[in-house]
Design a protein around this ligand. Structure first.
Ligand code: SF4
Length: 351
């Protein structure tokens, strides 16, 4: 049976004193709101998943970090922690914690990069939400140097079902090396926008038509962005790709949070290109120069009239290979996938 990356994290931290489990609810991808819905509509399930993760790792302390723009989610989670503590399902304090963990709800740092796990830990320590070099990995030296497991909210929300029904039942969903389901958020351009639970491996085109009902007013998708601004783009004519990390990577895209934003003929691809670079330059935390300088240089090139020029290839390679975290490394790949989705009009950026 395939082992998931989150099982690896749990394994790495299990039996280590002072382990902390953090639920990452700092959902920053524009176009993705699955974690918000889970925290607002089913906080009990999110906290049950966190408590089970703590139990599995032997952690006495759990934290939910909630995006600062999600006040309703924060309030619902705090209410639920209070209720569960009164009911005796959670500990009253870190000192009293044992098999029942002590759980805190903490507000995020208000930036995209603060959702990256080392940046998230920096935020929890009261520092600026910037990524840190790895190794050391958080499961060895994380929050206040304690072993720290960071799982996202959607992952933890799946745990109670898996515990109740068994891992084999969950693994029957999806495809052999990527099992289970994914919450997919469809943007307002779809005929039926919303969040849908899809089995991993479902063809992207089927999600667009069966769940989303195609585009509003019978529009044709020219390109589809998956996984947020730095996830990647698929051409509207190539949506037979299965919804898996591996298949999307073969097409230069990334699964990420699996939010899908559709673009029709009304959207200017050059405006999209500028938007990616603007987003990257605005959200770069500035901790490493390939990303800090590269995003600004890329934005200047995208705003110019002469195209990216010969030196862009070197810039893209430097950002892709030398940026400290996945944010900087993903920017050139996202630009490349946009260029491939739109073909001749952006081919100079396909590097
Ligand atoms: S790649 Fe960008 S976001 Fe990541 S640490 Fe470097 S500057 Fe910060």
């Amino acid at each position: 049976m395939p082992v998931s990356p989150w099982a690896d994290k749990w394994d790495a931290a299990v039996g280590r004193p002072d382990t902390v489990v953090v639920a990452n609810g700092d959902e920053g991808d524009p176009g993705s709101y699955a974690d918000r819905l889970l925290m607002e509509e089913d906080p009990e399930r999110v906290l049950a998943g966190l408590a089970l993760a703590c139990f599995a790792c032997g952690a006495r302390r759990g934290i939910v970090l909630v995006r600062s723009e999600y006040p309703k989610a924060m309030a619902r989670l705090r209410q639920e922690v209070e209720r569960a503590t009164e009911a005796g399902d959670l500990a009253l304090s870190a000192e009293e914690a044992g098999p029942r963990p002590f759980v805190e709800i903490v507000e995020g740092a208000g930036s995209y990069v603060a959702g990256e796990e080392t940046a998230l830990i920096a935020r929890l320590e009261g520092a600026r939400g910037c990524a840190r070099p790895r190794p050391p990995y958080p499961t060895d030296h994380g929050l206040w140097d304690m072993p720290t497991v960071v799982n996202n909210v959607e992952t933890l929300a799946a745990v109670p079902w898996i515990v109740a029904h068994g891992g084999a039942s969950y693994a029957r969903r999806g495809v052999p090396h990527e099992t289970g389901t994914k919450l997919v958020c469809l943007s307002e351009r779809f005929a039926r926008p919303g969040a849908y639970e899809a089995e991993l491996g479902t063809p992207v085109g089927e999600i667009v038509t069966r769940f989303g009902g195609g585009l509003k007013d019978g529009g044709e998708p020219v390109a589809l962005q998956i996984g947020g601004p730095l996830g990647g783009f698929l051409a509207g004519t190539a949506l037979d790709v299965p919804l898996t990390t591996a298949a999307l990577a073969e097409h230069g895209a990334a699964l990420g949070h699996a939010g899908m934003v559709a673009f029709d003929t009304a959207v200017d691809p050059h405006a999209l290109l500028r938007h990616i670079w603007e987003f990257a330059a605005d959200e770069s935390c500035g901790a490493c120069s390939p990303c800090r300088i590269g995003t600004r240089r890329g934005l200047a090139l995208a705003r110019g009239r002469t195209g990216p020029g010969e030196s862009y290839e070197q810039l893209a390679r430097l950002m892709g290979e030398a940026s400290l975290c996945a944010f900087g490394r993903r920017v050139p790949a996202a630009v490349r996938s946009l260029a491939r989705a739109y073909g001749p009009s952006l081919e100079a950026w396909d590097r």
